[in-house]
Ligand binder design. Structure first.
Ligand code: GLN
Length: 544
């Protein structure tokens, strides 16, 4: 039997609902249950792919090529369950599907309405593509009370009636603000937000109360009394020293225990060793390294969520704390190397991440040149690889006009728009005039790795699969010219046409990849590229 847990949020956004869902998923999994996590997003974009990362944070790409909300990254990192296209939906997607069906005549004769047509489509999404999962955890984006979330809450109300309380549970995440002037924790916002939920016909079963301060038992019982839940079902979620400690803290507070009690399941003990050892390694490093991330979206760290996590995982694997310096690449749009040296001379490693557009690209090229010349460990990702290619071509291959067609048509186009490539079961074609949304090379693709390369040493394999999200590609016809400049293509698409990995042999650690390895790293399974990059950074800073 599949049980559904709906996770809603109240009072304010940014309470860590995504993390709480991921953590609960992990705790249930460690009790031996099979879980699946999904997210319902109330905004009108069909997917987050066209949104600026500085507004909405990173776009998380799934193996099957969906551009999804960054919370799916938390889900994968905490449970290891590979997310799919069917795990994230937006109001925009629901409406566009309903309208497409209307045009086809599927509802012939009916007046299309939010209830039942939109709510039915939401319910269909929630229950679709489930096989033998014991639990489906379904997070609802936004905050209760938002106009946009109403159809989702109504769909859940209906689902509750269909599934019954034995088949479903509502977890409401709220905030207990601490008023410093009064020295008091306030429960009123939580009461109001539960009222808001009740006004749309939903009674929470469990409250997860985020707080900066410990909460006395009387206060906990008072919240329960006002909000119609048992005192034991008020889970106190105090700020934790690290996200890796959260599974231990939530378990200690009885979160997973109360969920099992709700569903009348035996209170088996979860095996928490995984999180004990990760939290321990994270909190007791043997040294510290500094990685500079030179990118364009440095104003919001959520823009590079998975990247920040993956570097931390690499650090944990090497018992190193990683301090990240987020540097706006536009600072490096200069001929003055003193400026580069000011920021980069003492770093342990340089990472140039994915990105889009010309702005800031020259700064990235300059930073890569600096790392190459000074033998600073370098990892380039997607756009970072394209810029590494332009740097070697311009500085070492005597192609000063080396360019990408992403920046206009001028120059020697070593990086160009992909017009055709082979995906899992078809040939994909694109032109300059395609829609922007959903048309990149997306999802998992295989890459063949050459023997005796750094990439081969890192992956210990000659065939890998990694996730992609890009429109432009390094032109394979320049392979020889690049090799003469010391930049080797060590990974290629199976048809040999698309360069996937480049590296330098005249450097202690210089590697760049066309895909996004950060999307597959997990704290209990750090990605080898990040493990080796942080290890090289540790060596550069003479720590390992
Ligand atoms: N803008 C580049 C492209 O579309 C790189 C994209 C990325 O870094 N994800 O190819």
């Amino acid at each position: 039997m599949t049980r559904y847990i709906f996770i809603t949020g109240g009072v304010v956004s940014s309470l860590g609902k995504g993390l709480a869902s991921a953590v609960l998923g992990s705790l249930l999994q460690l009790r031996g249950y099979k879980v699946r996590l999904r997210k319902l997003d109330p905004y009108l974009n069909v997917d987050p792919g066209t949104m600026s990362p500085t507004q909405h944070g990173e776009v998380f790409v799934t193996d099957d090529g969906a551009e999804t909300d960054l919370d799916l990254g938390h889900y994968e990192r905490f449970t290891g369950v590979t997310t799919k296209k069917t795990d994230n939906v937006t109001t925009g997607r629901i409406y566009s599907d309903v309208l497409a069906r209307e045009r086809k005549g599927d509802y012939l004769g009916a007046t299309i309405q939010v209830i039942p047509h939109v709510t039915d489509a939401i319910k269909e999404f929630v229950r679709n593509d489930i096989t033998d999962e014991d639990f489906v955890l379904c997070e609802i984006g936004g905050t209760v009370g938002d106009i946009e979330s109403l159809p989702f809450l109504e769909a859940i109300r209906q689902l509750r009636n269909e599934l019954g309380s034995d088949g479903s549970c509502i977890v409401h995440v709220t905030l207990l603000p601490y008023i410093h002037a009064a020295g008091e924790l306030k429960t009123k916002p939580t009461q109001h937000s539960v009222k808001e939920l009740q006004s749309v016909g939903l009674q929470p079963d469990i409250l997860l109360c985020r707080t900066e301060q410990p909460v006395p038992i009387e206060q906990r019982n008072k919240i329960g009394q006002f909000c119609n839940v048992d005192g034991d079902d008020v889970i106190i979620a105090e700020d934790a020293s690290s996200i890796y400690y959260v599974p231990l803290a939530y378990n200690e507070q009885g979160f997973d225990k109360q969920i099992c009690r709700h569903f009348k399941l035996d209170d088996t003990k979860p095996d928490l060793n995984r999180w004990i050892s990760i939290a321990n390694d994270y909190e007791n490093p043997e040294g510290e390294i500094t990685i500079a991330i030179v990118g364009k979206y440095t104003s919001l760290q959520d823009s590079y969520k998975s990247l920040g996590e993956a570097i931390t995982h690499g650090g944990i694997a090497n018992k190193l704390r990683v301090k990240v310096e987020w540097i706006d690449s536009e600072l490096f749009e200069t001929d003055n190397d003193d400026i580069l040296a000011h920021y980069l001379a003492d770093i342990s490693g340089l990472l140039v991440p994915g990105g889009f557009g010309k702005r800031g690209s020259e700064g990235k090229i300059n930073a890569i040149r600096f790392a190459r010349q000074r033998h600073v460990p370098f990892l380039g990702i997607c756009f970072g690889m394209q810029m590494a290619v332009l740097e070697s071509a311009r500085t070492l291959a005597n192609l000063p006009n080396a360019n990408s067609s992403e920046f206009g048509d001028g120059g020697e186009l070593l990086v160009g728009l992909m017009t055709e490539w082979i995906s899992a079961n078809s040939v994909e074609q694109r032109t300059d005039f395609d829609d922007m949304g959903g048309t990149m090379r997306l999802g998992a693709y295989q890459c063949l790795i050459k023997e005796e390369s750094l990439a081969h040493k890192i992956y210990e394999s000659d065939k890998i699969s990694e996730r992609h999200r890009h429109r432009y590609e390094v032109n394979i016809n320049y392979e020889k010219i690049l090799a003469e400049a010391g930049l080797y293509i060590s990974g290629l698409s199976p048809d040999g046409r698309l360069p996937e990995i480049v590296e330098r042999k005249d450097h202690p650690f210089f590697i760049a990849v066309q895909f996004h390895p950060e999307l597959k790293s997990k704290p209990f399974q750090p990605h080898p590229l990040f493990t080796q990059f942080t290890s090289a950074a540790g060596k550069h800073s003479r720590l390992v």
